[in-house]
Design a protein around this ligand. Structure first.
Ligand SMILES: *Cc1c(COP(=O)(O)O)cnc(C)c1O
Length: 381
């Protein structure tokens, strides 16, 4: 059983993917071929926004949006303490400071209450300008934009949705990667919509921002190719990757997303009463980039992970350490103990195999193994 099965996906789409790749190689337009524009249009339509600008990675997408907004030294960018490193790294890459915020214990996404406290604290201290927040759609579940957007409005913060894991999720019928002033996503192979290497995209309703990102991704170019009007990046999506993504987006929207949701439902049913299964609040839909369970404490989690290894079941801990304790951010506020929820989650979470090609039999094997180990876990549950 694979944690995320890209081989089965390839075998099922092989004919179309091979044909798409062949076409690009024969054409020879490896940079900014017509597939890139086709993909951008298809992605914008799927998400439900006016503009999609693809680029070389999800990390670049985040960094370019912050650059386009002119965020830099003296600015505070609020980021969750429990997530992948990229949003905080993006702030630092611009010379701004990441200000960490605790997350919700049940949904794992940024806590609106903690966000408001953090913004108030920054304003009171007066050292940094509160400029932007990067909520993360963790494990496929959109952050709580119902509360985050009004807060951002109240404090004049730009909102950059990190939808790297969120693609396919929705909130009140609105798709992930369409919230806030701009959104970033990633096509890293293991993400809900992945290519065969690195890739990413920016989504926005703002024509001016989209134009700026198009300039930034091509060395800050002006109207002509060798006119450079701002410092930029070298961050385009390869035509080859766009051609693969066009095929995969079809599969994703037609059946893969639904298959992942069905897999999650089976997990929910068969794990009911044993471990804490993902909480999806009313009005939210997850794309299930991960299926993450929560144990009572670190001892139980480590024990279960070790036992599942013996059953030959791959699991991963997303994430073993909160961002505020990472050496790269030391001295940027927040020592051990500052964000208790994020710290506790790092000890208690465990992500199980999850992908659209997971069979009910595979899920049964995972849940049966957890069931078999459960009596040994139960005493402290
Ligand atoms: C993967 C990921 C990114 C970065 O994406 P890359 O394409 O690998 O640069 C950013 N944020 C989150 C939450 C991610 O999971």
């Amino acid at each position: 059983m694979e944690f995320r099965d890209l081989k089965t996906q390839y075998m099922s789409l092989k004919r179309q993917i091979d044909a798409a790749i062949d076409k690009v190689v024969i054409n020879g337009t490896f940079i900014m071929g017509k597939e890139v524009a086709q993909l951008e249009e298809a992605l914008a339509n799927y998400v439900g926004v006016h503009h999609c600008v693809t680029c070389a990675s999800g990390t670049d997408a985040l960094q370019m949006v912050l650059a386009a907004w002119g965020i830099g030294p003296g600015d505070a960018v609020f980021v969750p303490a429990f997530t992948f490193v990229a949003p905080a790294e993006a702030a630092v890459s611009r010379g701004a400071e990441p200000v960490f915020v605790d997350v919700e214990e049940d949904t794992y996404t940024i806590s609106p209450d903690s966000l408001e406290q953090a913004v108030e604290a920054v304003r009171q201290e007066g050292r940094l300008n509160a400029k932007a927040v990067i909520p993360v759609d963790l494990f496929g579940l959109p952050a709580d934009y119902r509360r985050i957007l009004p807060l951002a409005q109240k404090y004049g913060l730009k909102v950059l949705e990190d939808g790297a894991q969120g693609f396919g999720g929705s909130l009140d019928g609105q798709r992930a990667c369409s919230f806030g002033d701009a959104a970033a996503t990633s096509f890293f192979p293991a993400k809900p919509l992945g290519c065969y290497g690195d890739g990413g995209a920016v989504f926005t309703q703002d024509q001016g921002l989209a134009d700026l990102i198009r300039s930034l991704r091509a060395h800050g170019r002006g109207d002509s190719r060798y006119e450079h009007i701002r410092p930029g990046f070298n961050s385009r999506l390869d035509t080859l990757q766009a051609s693969v993504l066009l095929v995969k987006l079809e599969a994703f929207s037609h059946y893969e997303l639904e298959a992942s949701r069905q897999a999650a439902k089976l997990y929910d049913t068969w794990l009911n009463g044993m471990v804490r299964t993902p909480v999806i609040p009313k009005g939210f839909q997850s794309g299930f980039a991960q299926y993450t369970i929560q144990m009572k404490d670190g001892g139980q989690r480590d024990f279960l992970q070790e036992r599942l290894r013996k059953w030959d079941i791959p699991t991963t801990v997303y994430y073993p350490a909160p961002l505020h304790t990472q050496p790269v951010f030391s001295g940027m506020g927040g020592g051990e103990g500052e964000f208790p929820v994020a710290e506790a989650l790092c000890k208690r979470v465990l992500s199980l195999p999850m992908h659209p090609y997971l069979q009910p039999g595979d899920i049964r094997r995972v849940t049966a193994a957890i069931g078999a180990e459960y009596p040994f876990l139960a005493p402290s549950l």
